[in-house]
Design a protein. Structure first.
Length: 94
């Protein structure tokens, strides 16, 4: 890098989490406004859907681009691994 060769390309995938009012909210990837969104309730018969676990998957042209999970750490981990395995446009750091 010091010799002027530059840094290797890096793939950036936004990822963050937050605890809000007893809910674990995790987000990974891009969440485009025009994406198709599929909601999955992990325990559909529960009265409080958020506490029972819910996942929102965002897709464009049939390809997963992002995921939001509430109280669903295992489902989030699977989706995040899927996103990380997908080829993404590399960002070259000068």
């Amino acid at each position: 890098m010091l010799a002027g060769a530059g840094a290797p390309a890096a793939a950036l995938l936004p990822r963050f989490w937050s605890d809000q009012n007893g809910l674990r909210i995790q987000v990974c990837g891009r969440l485009p406004a025009r994406a198709e969104v599929a909601l999955t309730e992990l325990r559909p018969r529960r009265r409080d859907t958020a506490r029972a676990g819910v996942v929102a998957s965002y897709a464009e042209r049939g390809r997963l681009t992002g995921v939001v999970a509430v109280n669903a750490p295992r489902a989030f981990a699977v989706a995040a691994r899927t996103l990380l395995a997908e080829p993404v446009t590399p960002v070259v750091v000068p």
